[in-house]
Design a protein around this ligand. Structure first.
Ligand code: ZN
Length: 302
């Protein structure tokens, strides 16, 4: 083990014997470690094996029993992780620099391995982003910098992807094609000053894009005609400024990362859409249900 203070939390001294790890009270913990605690804590940067920490502290006059006790107290408080040195050595320097903040956030989530397993899961997951424009580019960039294998793709079935992100309105033909796709899909759009993230489609078990179109057509009988025109026409320029594009891309990337991590957060976009109506800061969730007239089979499961 290479003990390191949980990444992303700053050690701050409250008095000569008490260290507070972290600033915000929702994250911080206070530990009384005696007068040697500062010397030991300075050595906990993940660069040394546990025995080497004890030896380095001893060279500064800190008794081994004291060093062990400080590390035990820190570990009991959840402030220590096993620094993922082997994982970090295996990735290129530039990518490593980008991933360190990702690992720090993962570490705050409670992973005692410094985010190593989380990063392994993410890097094994490929995400195809189908669509063009600023939102597609931003989503691809955010996912890559979050440790996922993301790529822009022109095809509907996006060979081998574990998840497909669909950016922009989908034509009826696209929606019909997607019924044959077995991978989960996340729809994303930003136009007319409105951002929409979702639904996250789990084929055959949750509402698909056609389910949503069938529901819209029940409320607006002209919807199929509207939809048919969207296949070949879009507003130029679109009413999607950089702020909206960035907000939508960040929300979409958050859903994809939650899906990759297996966190319940991703469920908020299942059988639902998250919507931001500009100018506003607050996302609202709209529920959708599998439509009984849709051939995707999800309504049979519900
Ligand atoms: Zn459906």
């Amino acid at each position: 083990m290479r003990p390191a203070l949980r990444a992303g939390l700053l050690p701050i001294w409250r008095d000569t014997e008490t260290v507070q790890i972290g600033v915000d009270s929702r994250r911080a913990m206070a530990i009384t470690g005696g007068r040697y605690a500062a010397d030991v804590i300075r050595l906990l940067d993940g660069s040394r094996e546990r025995a080497d920490v004890v030896a380095a502290a001893a060279s500064m006059g800190v008794p081994a029993t004291v060093t062990e006790r400080v590390m035990t107290v820190l570990a009991a408080a959840g402030a220590l992780i096993d620094y993922p040195v082997h994982l970090l050595r295996s990735v290129p320097t530039e990518l490593r620099r980008q991933l360190l903040p990702v690992l720090a956030v993962a570490s705050l989530g409670g992973d005692g391995d410094g985010g190593a397993r989380l990063l392994a899961r993410r890097s094994a997951m490929s995400v195809a982003i189908r669509g063009a424009g600023p939102v597609a580019d931003l989503v691809a960039d955010l996912l890559t910098r979050s440790g996922l294998a993301a790529y822009l793709s022109g095809s509907a079935d996006a060979d081998g992807a574990d998840l497909i992100v669909l950016v922009g309105h989908q034509s009826p033909a696209d929606t019909a094609d997607l019924l044959r796709v077995s991978q989960p899909q996340l729809a994303v759009s930003a136009s007319e000053g409105i951002g929409v993230v979702g639904p996250l489609v789990r084929p055959g078990t949750s509402a698909c894009l056609r389910c949503l179109d069938l529901a819209r057509a029940e409320r607006d009988p002209a919807w199929p005609l509207v939809l048919a025109q969207l296949a070949s026409r879009s507003a130029d320029p679109p009413a999607c400024d950089p702020v909206l594009a960035t907000a939508v891309a960040a929300q979409a990337a958050a859903m994809v990362v939650a899906f990759a991590d297996g966190r319940p957060l991703a469920q908020s976009a299942v059988n639902g859409t998250l919507e931001l109506l500009m100018p506003d800061w607050q996302w609202r969730r709209r529920s959708w249900h599998p439509h009984p007239a849709c051939c995707c089979g999800a309504s049979d499961v519900m």
